[in-house]
Design a protein around this ligand. Sequence first.
Ligand code: AMP
Length: 207
Amino acid sequence: MDGQTKPLTRTVNLILLGPPGAGKGTQAERLVETFGFKQLSTGDMLRAAKKSGTEMGNRVAAVMERGELVTDEIVVGLIEEQLTTAQADGFIFDGFPRTLAQADALGALLEKTGQSLDAVIEMQVDDAVLVERIVGRAEKARAAGEPVRADDNAETLTSRLATYHEQTAPLIAYYGEKDVLRSVDAMGSIDRIASDLGAIVANVNET
Ligand code: AMP
């Protein structure tokens, strides 16, 4: 990518699928800058609810700190609210869906709002690299005096990874059958991964 915005010429909706620490948030931000997507991160929405102390936020806090998934009903509700109110040339679903039930619900919501799902990009990273990255992310935040995510610690990470393998990884086969799945090696430099993702988006935009 050359850092210039390349607006989408048609609506492109995509999912970034990958384990915690795969770089979904970082890469979603890059894609927003480059193509003008709207990022929909259920993790960010839940953290915002927790921070502002809403009843729902208080209810999910402990579940998040254990590295487990909040209910499908809550996250599908958050996404539905966005899909029915937000305007965008394309959405990036970041950290959603995480279960087969969420994937079915997203399919139904997109159909209801007359939209398509154009690509599901699997970000492939070995578990050992994820542990290093997440522990590094926490150390960096701590050193900079920034707040450290309550779930960015070695203990919760083990649980988040197990949750990913059990409940989210089956989505790879689910979307593989629907012919929308693409994969990138998400273990190199941020720029190289951004460039691979950008190439996929440009390709989808042209087809
Ligand atoms: P993330 O920032 O995407 O890593 O999400 C942080 C935490 O929020 C997860 O470990 C879950 O507890 C919760 N969460 C985020 N997105 C979802 C989702 N789609 N389904 C269930 N729980 C979620």
